[in-house]
Design a protein around this ligand. Structure first.
Ligand SMILES: [Zn+2]
Ligand SMILES: [Zn+2]
Length: 300
């Protein structure tokens, strides 16, 4: 199941909620409001040829669908999307660096018109924010830009490419339910989950991918990073006044996963936004020694 991008009404409702919680989130939330609007207007790419039988076999061998299929991504269209997203990001997230917009634009254009780009950006494994950021850092056009600029630019590029993955995930949802997929990576694109949720109705643990936004169910006692099911290694913590926002940690591999207990909430959430506004839990987890450094680029 893929519920992305969120509707305008959902975004408006959540913005009001989060701004009451923390006014400092305004620039980030305004950027995402514009980003979602842009992504909603995304024109459909040509359907990808899916041969369910061959792919089902891959899934059985624990291979995500996109390890078998390469997405056709028209990079000229992506550049158009990315330029619009960059304009929003520059206004909302990089206030005070007005004079650097041209440099940012140049970096974006030279990145998305480079040769052999398909080999890099059509592979979901290369699209984590730290990886895009590292790729950008090698570009001479990035010489005058700060790490914050590059973090934002990585976000812009990922967001511009993302809808191809989301649309593919939506297309696959017609052929696959992923009922038997119990892995700690996305069955469609292979990314690690962005967020986990404990479903309100039955307490089941649902993971959501931050790239293609596929959701899939896994068992409760299970580390999504190393796969251990040994309860001794697993625990969670939370901030006392926010019992619904838990951080599940694994003492064995030092992995962690933020987990939202939906039963404790009187509203629906947009997982993507909930993940963003709980960045302080990522910082807390990092301070406690969990997670890979720089897993989430800090945007604010
Ligand atoms: Zn995915
Ligand atoms: Zn682990």
């Amino acid at each position: 199941m893929v519920k992305y991008p969120p509707t305008a009404a959902e975004v408006q409702r959540e913005l009001q909620f989060y701004l009451q919680e923390n006014k400092n989130l305004q620039p980030l939330l305004l950027f995402y409001k514009k980003l979602y609007a842009r992504q909603r207007s995304f024109s459909k790419q040509p359907a990808v040829d899916i041969v369910p039988q061959a792919l089902t076999e891959g899934l059985r061998k624990k291979e995500p669908l996109l390890s078998k299929v390469v997405l056709p991504i028209p990079l000229s269209e992506t550049l158009k999307q990315a330029e619009a997203i960059l304009t929003a990001a520059h206004k909302e997230l990089l206030a005070g660096t007005e004079h650097q917009f041209d440099e940012l634009l140049m970096l974006l254009q030279s990145t998305l018109t480079a040769q052999n780009l398909e080999d890099i950006f059509c592979q979901p494994g290369n699209l984590s924010l730290p990886m895009i950021q590292a790729y950008l850092r090698k570009n001479p056009a990035a010489a005058q830009l700060t790490e914050q600029h590059l973090a934002v630019m990585a976000q812009v590029i990922r967001a511009a490419l993302q809808m191809y993955f989301v649309n593919f995930a939506r297309q696959t949802a017609a052929s696959f339910t992923f009922e038997n997929w119990k892995e700690g990576i996305c069955p469609v694109c292979g990314e690690k989950p962005m967020l986990a949720m404990l479903r309100a109705e039955d307490g089941s643990r649902v993971l959501e991918c931050g790239l293609c936004h596929t959701q899939w169910d896994v068992q409760r006692i299970f580390c999504t990073s190393c796969g251990t099911t040994d309860q001794q290694h697993l625990s969670f913590f939370y901030i006392p006044e926010q019992t619904h926002r838990r951080v599940y940690v694994c003492h064995q591999c030092k992995g962690y996963l933020k987990t939202i207990v939906l039963k404790e909430l009187a509203r629906e959430i947009i997982p993507d936004l909930e993940n963003l506004v709980t960045y302080y839990l990522d910082q807390l987890a990092a301070r406690e020694g969990y997670g890979e450094a720089g897993k989430q680029a800090v945007l604010n």
